[in-house]
Design a protein around this ligand. Sequence first.
Ligand SMILES: [Zn+2]
Length: 347
Amino acid sequence: MAQSVERLQQRVEELERELAQERSRRAVGGGDGGGGRVRIEKMSPEVVDSNPYSRLMALKRMGIVSDYEKIRTFAVAIVGVGGVGSVTAEMLTRCGIGKLLLFDYDKVELANMNRLFFQPHQAGLSKVQAAEYTLRNINPDVLFEVHNYNITTVENFQHFMDRISNGGLEEGKPIDLVLSCVDNFEARMAINTACNELGQTWMESGVSENAVSGHIQLIIPGESACFACAPPLVVAANIDEKTLKREGVCAASLPTTMGVVAGILVQNVLKFLLNFGTVSFYLGYNAMQDFFPTMSMKPNPQCDDRNCRKQQEEYKKKVAALPKQEAVQEEEEIIHEDNEWARRFCS
Ligand SMILES: [Zn+2]
């Protein structure tokens, strides 16, 4: 009995995959299996209309990024492919990231259509599967690995940890960054636990239930506060968040707020990976006042997570071992902006 249920589940998954392929073929209007472009071996700075990377490579010429091609060497995991995660995945795909690993257990619903990215014809498909087809068509140079499961179950959590450690661009190597785009504390705590144990840098993002504020946060285990160092009340008081959900009352969401949060998240991912500008440890967004608060938080030496405390000890040793002149923070150079009117504006 259990075996036949499993077989049926496998068959349903196969059929869903075939159906998604067929739908995405029809959606791009061709019967040729995609209608997208062919893969490109090497990013070129050549300024021609047919080069999908010319505007990105121009960041080098403008003196913003010294080595844009390096983007192809990075693997980034996105946990939660909803209103923020899907847009994040699209931005990184268009920027030519090396590999994306997507984790989500949910399906696309018509109730998601107030947000960006997913389309009505994808309703019923798993979010990771629908996202993979769309993203592959946008940029076939990116490698995709998708997992349609909930990372908080014991078995899946182990697999999730294994993919952080081994799912890099080259199999067996760790990934470069984990992005949390989930909508609940349980999943955030699972990501926090995994990243503290592995010493994995990650970025957290969130949008409020009333849709008018959001934030991003960079967490470097041992160096900056982790999610358990300063937990929100629901975690500190050990409240089961399911009991907080009111029957028939659903969270509000806006494509604008989600888009802004995804934008500031990916902006900081690019700065972090390609080493330009200043990466924010915490950047908030209050839509009502158009206020963007920033701050940074030191880790809590009494954090509940023992791996966080262990990482803090290791970080202290690392800082103590640095030669003195390097340990002193260099004062930020003041760069005078050039004349605003002299710049060329382009769309
Ligand atoms: Zn901590």
